[in-house]
Design a protein around this ligand. Structure first.
Ligand code: AMP
Length: 282
């Protein structure tokens, strides 16, 4: 496994890979790797000849009041996990090389970036789209691997790839959870023991919604109210949003009679957690 910090060097190295017609799978991350990330890395390994993982805590996607400085950065452990997962190349740039003096170009996916998480995190998805666009240009992978956990992010990146003609396929893989249902997230380390228990309410609320739908409930607002009621019982939980949206434009739907997604963002203490589940008819 090689660790490369320089975008130009990585790009040149990967040109050799492409010339020999070997496929490249790419997993962008902010590090603090957990089994959710590893599921993407392993799938990339199954599908491709070469696996590239980036580890970069991207400053442009953090608001000024957010956790950029305290975001976990267990680099040694991350590299060990990558090695064990048979990653070929780790791209480990720093902020100065990604955003040098004079940097002025941003990618903004309109509308999709302003709703749901975009409402309480203005500018977040502009930062995400910008860094992913840069990474796609540097790595030029055949396939990009993303997690359903960050559903809005995946929809926005899919939109950007289509709109800007990036020659890359996208695979979105299911959310990996703890046995108790909590979706794995690098931010779970911020939770204390009590908060970890309260955080279970996110996945429990999604299960409740699913079972209401299985039992014939089709009224989105009733489902949302039941979710809010359940989450409201937890002392440390403060709802940011609960929404049921279509899968492409992320517009709220009133009736559950099409493929859709139930999305939640909830603050547990100071930690903002997100989760979602897909409702599909096939
Ligand atoms: P992050 O390091 O949080 O930026 O995440 C990097 C990638 O891993 C994104 O595509 C996430 O959606 C994905 N990811 C994060 N948590 C999970 C999880 N629990 N299950 C599956 N994928 C995940």
């Amino acid at each position: 496994m090689r660790v490369i910090r320089d975008p130009g060097k990585l790009n040149r190295l990967l040109k050799g890979v492409r010339r020999s017609a070997r496929s490249i799978g790419f997993v962008p991350t902010m590090g603090a790797l957990h089994p959710g990330h590893l599921s993407l890395i392993k799938q990339a390994g199954r599908d491709n000849d070469t696996v590239v993982v980036s580890i970069f805590v991207n400053p442009t996607q953090f608001g000024s009041q957010e956790d950029l400085n305290k975001y976990p950065r267990p680099l040694k452990n991350d590299l060990a996990l990558c090695r064990k997962a048979r990653v070929d190349l780790v791209f480990l740039p720093d902020s100065k090389i990604m955003y040098p003096e004079g940097f002025a170009t941003f990618v903004n996916v309109e509308k999709l970036g302003d709703i749901l998480c975009g409402t309480s995190r203005p500018g977040h998805f502009r930062g995400v789209a910008t860094v992913v666009a840069k990474l796609l240009n540097i790595v030029a992978p055949d396939v990009l691997y993303l997690g359903q956990k960050d559903a809005q992010q995946s929809v926005i990146i899919a939109r950007m790839i289509k709109d800007l003609n990036f020659p890359v396929k996208i695979r979105v893989l299911p959310t990996v959870r703890q046995k108790d249902g909590l979706a794995l997230s690098s931010r779970n380390v911020y939770l204390n023991e009590d908060q970890k228990l309260d955080a279970l309410v996110l996945s429990k609320a999604l299960c409740l919604a699913k079972s209401l739908i299985d039992h014939g409930q089709t009224d989105a607002s009733r489902i949302i109210n039941r979710i809010k009621e359940l989450i409201g019982k937890k002392k440390q939980a403060r709802i940011d949003y609960v929404a049921i949206v279509d899968l492409e434009k992320l517009r709220q739907i009133k009736k559950i009679n099409q493929d859709c997604m139930i999305c939640l963002a909830v603050k547990i203490g100071k930690t903002r957690l997100i989760d979602n589940c897909l409702i599909t008819y096939d």
